[in-house]
Write a protein that binds this ligand. Sequence first.
Ligand SMILES: NC(=O)C1=CN([C@@H]2O[C@H](COP(=O)(O)OP(=O)(O)OC[C@H]3O[C@@H](n4cnc5c(N)ncnc54)[C@H](OP(=O)(O)O)[C@@H]3O)[C@@H](O)[C@H]2O)C=CC1
Ligand SMILES: CC(=O)C(=O)O
Ligand SMILES: [Mg+2]
Length: 757
Amino acid sequence: MAGIDKRITEEEALLLHSSGRPGKLEITPTKPMATQRDLSLAYSPGVATPCLRIHADPSTAYDYTAKGNIVAVISNGTAVLGLGDLGALASKPVMEGKAVLFKRFADVDGIDLEVDTRDVDEFINSVRYLGPSFGGINLEDIKAPDCFIIEQRLRELMDIPVFHDDQHGTAIIAAAGLFNALEMTGRDIKETRLVINGAGAAAIACAELFKSMGIPHGNITLCDTKGVVWKGRSEGMNQWKSAHAVVTDARTLADAVAGSDVFVGLSAKGAMTPAMVKSMAKNPIIFALANPDPEITPEEVRQVRDDAIVATGRSDYPNQVNNVLGFPYIFRGALDVRASTINDQMKIAAARALAALAREDVPDEVDAAYSGRRLRYGPEYIIPVPFDPRLISTIPAAVAQAAMDTGVARKPIVDMDEYRRSLRLRLDPTADSLQLIADKLRSSPRRVVFAEGEEERSIRAAIAYRSGGFGHPVLIGRENVVKEKLASLGLSGIEPLDIQNAKFGAPEIERYTDFLYKRLQRRGHLHRDCQRWVNQNRNVFAACMVATGDADAMVTGLTRSFAVSFEDIERVIDPQPDHIVFGLSVLATRKRTVFISDTTVHERPTPEQLADIAIQSARMARQMGHEPRVAFLSFSNFGQPMRDRAAHVRDAVSLMDKRKVDFEYDGEMSADTALDYDLMKRLYPFARLSGPANVLIMPALHAANIGAKLLHKFGGGNLIGPLLIGMDKPVQVVQMGATVNELTTAAIMAAHDSLAR
Ligand SMILES: NC(=O)C1=CN([C@@H]2O[C@H](COP(=O)(O)OP(=O)(O)OC[C@H]3O[C@@H](n4cnc5c(N)ncnc54)[C@H](OP(=O)(O)O)[C@@H]3O)[C@@H](O)[C@H]2O)C=CC1
Ligand SMILES: CC(=O)C(=O)O
Ligand SMILES: [Mg+2]
């Protein structure tokens, strides 16, 4: 089976849990707690005011406390994964894990609570009085049938969403995977025969959701430790099993599975045998979801059949059907509309949104998180993977919308597009910077040439560009090669532009050659040199398209170094008159965005060049929605210590004084002064910036390059660029290792540049 990761060892797992601060979780404050004043505001006496406000109006607890973003993960440890009743304490690693997943995937603050009782009433009473503390309750790993009673009673008693993850989280993800697997194998949901092994929390909830999706009651057979749950059976039954009992002669799992289309395991390790797999219908669908070890491994299935679609609950096999894809996002959506409950419509909306997302092209950042395995809708990719960054904007929005449609949202969302943007921003700090640009571009789409059109990354970026509504992408490359790649990627709808193809033709080549010859004839180049470049060099061809107005912008750089690509482009396009060409890196973190230049071109810019770079960087910052505050950086602050190289930067600031610009700038100053506004005001009260600098003009290329990379590596966040600034036509050159996402961003930036001219 493709792409299976190296298995982890028990030692590795123990080391992870014990290393550093033991466990996986810590709590950090969100407000400054550095001075006496901070303490007065956040604690006594300041804290009294919000207390009194909440007393007067309980709904303001969502405004003055963290309640609205905290979900308690609560268990008594009676069904820890598929390991059975390990008790409350031993369930803590799983509950801490769920809390971490809440934070990592949906920016929900999860807190684990292990309740040491097996008594249903005691458990309910322990939880019901905790309601004021949390925005929601995620019940976890509580055995059936207790979990049904507990969830039902708590839902009645509490005014916040109560959701048993093993039931509904699992059912939602299994339903999403099942939608797609049925579609892939051409099955009609009404005709599908399905066996669920297990008749506990997860199994009963799956049976219920599958039936509400359209699988007839009689087509689902449940099995448990006593065999088939048949109508009339009395041993080991309860009311929840009885509701799903069917009339059948089958008595064992083997009987039930023979000839069936789908097996869903929510029971225990090894419950399914290869012989049973053999007995299933053609193209069987096998979800072996017991954790940590499935009912049957994908390898065991492969040994007896090669036509099966197999999923497990584990991260180290393809098709991970696991509730991690659900609970973080479902609660995110529910919390954001202050839903009073999580109802069936919200669950079905989540399942449908997940299924639909799996059918879309996968960004290659996601592939990279999975050892470079190429994830593409098909038998080994029926459901999105947990590290897909699109989940955060897709699933909560679908859940929130369903909550609003069904009247359980106490704080409906007014602007859904804005909500999606805010969701993206929770995990991707660049979303904000790019949103403004993306919106402008969508209302005025542009034609962008991807010079390296035969590259898979270019093809996928072109598709992403088009489907983002940014305009028409042009892929330069041999027609048959591009078409074959499009087909192998399961994509279509873009006609490649084949330079050599007679259909495309002589007139353009002639026109571009004439254009280039006019430019270069007095720079020592012959007509035939120009013809060869246009015919054979895709960067030159693409640049000619842009230069002559046949396209609005171009991107390149995947296959050649910056210097080589840039040399090609310079043959065709000059710097903008009175402009300097340089590289601008944009680093966006959750707290701030900074623009750093020049990160690519000038090794030691002169004071004049530094001033030019500052002016153009500030303009770019403004275009991206940031009011520029420019700092000219050095190792010294306003003349101390005074050395030659610092004087060089001071000269740039003096030049700026003469240029009468319409933005704030100052310097020379050190990086800490520039970024720490309190420090700047305390030590240099005369400094002219009205806040921390957000445009950093570096004294030299090595400082710029090193600084940008250090900030990125230590500070986290996302790096856009370096963007090529100052060419007479919109061009972007990405770095050779650029991802599809980076190339798409470069295309968007280039296209936006053409709007701004
Ligand atoms: N992939 C995922 O996202 C998830 C996977 N799971 C997995 O599903 C399994 C069940 O969890 P959960 O529903 O919470 O637990 P429960 O304790 O509520 O239910 C367990 C059920 O499995 C049945 N069972 C146990 N062993 C066997 C066996 N050998 N053959 C047939 N039936 C068996 C039990 O039968 P009986 O009623 O006779 O005791 C019971 O009905 C676990 O392995 C868990 O890891 C759960 C949630 C999410
Ligand atoms: C994934 C999960 O919640 C379980 O196996 O119990
Ligand atoms: Mg669980």
